[in-house]
Design a protein around this ligand. Structure first.
Ligand SMILES: O=C[C@H](O)[C@H](O)[C@H](O)COP(=O)(O)O
Length: 232
């Protein structure tokens, strides 16, 4: 087996895929292993269709030979496999480090099951060490930013909001044409309260708290594979 924990987790998740499944295909370095390994099974005869959660994953899935569909054609999926930036003991997640949170959440919500694949470094007691991505429309950025800051405070959190930029200094723009504010909170004592507050802000398209979406997780580390929740 591969020594890379991300690939080990992905390999375990690929074993969950059965012939005929409709799959959500996650985004990021861990999900890329899943797409790669799924491609091997497809080329060996497995029949599945996938909905990619980003243009990057679309390109990788096409290159791997995985047949793709859309949520217009296939609005209900059997299983989504995706990475995460943080995962707590209740399978609550922070996602969006790669900026794909909006499509990832839509696809996960359309899936009967969502299995997270991650290396052990992603497990936390309390969410929030990883900056929480908040996807916003460009119009009204200043006002939206203030309202997001108020929602953060009202949820018992504190920390800086930074506009995500690309390496060249220009604003990072998501696949949906939006911007991302990263909330550096350190800890999020009540993720449900923060999620509700952020969702109520006009101009916020989505945030990276994935609550009650993941049904299982495969976490790979020095102790081997740890399975959380239900995989079947
Ligand atoms: O927007 C990106 C996604 O939420 C990723 O799944 C997340 O950032 C984890 O990525 P990685 O597997 O590269 O750590």
């Amino acid at each position: 087996m591969s020594a890379d924990p991300k690939r080990q987790a992905a390999a375990r998740a690929v074993a969950l895929v059965q012939d005929g499944m409709r799959l959500g295909l996650g985004t990021g370095s861990t999900a890329a292993h899943f797409v790669d390994l799924l491609g091997e099974r497809v080329r060996a005869g497995l029949s599945v269709v996938g909905v990619p959660t980003s243009e990057a994953t679309r390109a990788a899935a096409e290159a791997a030979g995985i047949p793709l569909t859309t949520l217009e054609e296939t609005p209900e999926l059997d299983l989504t496999v995706d990475g995460a930036d943080e995962i707590d003991g209740r399978l609550r997640l922070i996602k969006g480090g790669g900026g794909a949170l909006l499509r990832e959440k839509i696809v996960a919500a359309a899936s009967a099951r969502m299995v997270v694949i991650a290396d052990a470094g992603k497990r936390v007691e309390t969410l929030g060490r990883f900056p929480l991505p908040v996807e916003v429309v460009p119009f009204g950025l200043g006002a939206t930013r203030r309202a997001v800051a108020d929602a953060v405070t009202a949820a018992g959190c504190a920390g800086e909001l930074t506009l995500r930029t690309r390496p060249d200094g220009a604003p990072f723009v998501t696949d949906g044409g939006h911007l991302i504010l990263d909330a550096h909170l350190g800890r999020i004592p009540d993720p449900e309260r923060l999620a509700a507050g952020l969702a109520a802000v006009p101009g916020v398209v989505e945030h990276g708290l994935f609550l009650s979406l993941a049904t299982g997780a495969v976490v790979a580390g020095g102790d081997g594979l740890v399975l959380l929740g239900a995989l079947a």
